[in-house]
Design a protein around this ligand. Structure first.
Ligand SMILES: [Zn+2]
Ligand SMILES: [Zn+2]
Length: 58
């Protein structure tokens, strides 16, 4: 393949604004459709602070 993207940004952590890359430990709330980085997911005890539902690991 000629085109290999170096960075695959899948989104930003809604809490701290950090860019999240494919292959990183990323958590997602399917209800709010927002992402959380591993640090923030831990701080909110793996529950979405917006809706209170459990975060899914990506
Ligand atoms: Zn974060
Ligand atoms: Zn949520």
């Amino acid at each position: 393949m000629a085109y290999v993207p170096k960075t695959l940004v899948i989104g930003r952590c809604v809490r701290c604004g950090k860019k999240l890359y494919r292959g990183d430990e990323v958590y997602y709330c399917p209800h709010c459709e927002v992402y959380y980085c591993a640090t923030c997911a831990k701080k909110v005890f793996y529950k979405c602070p917006i809706c209170g539902k459990e975060l899914q690991k990506r």
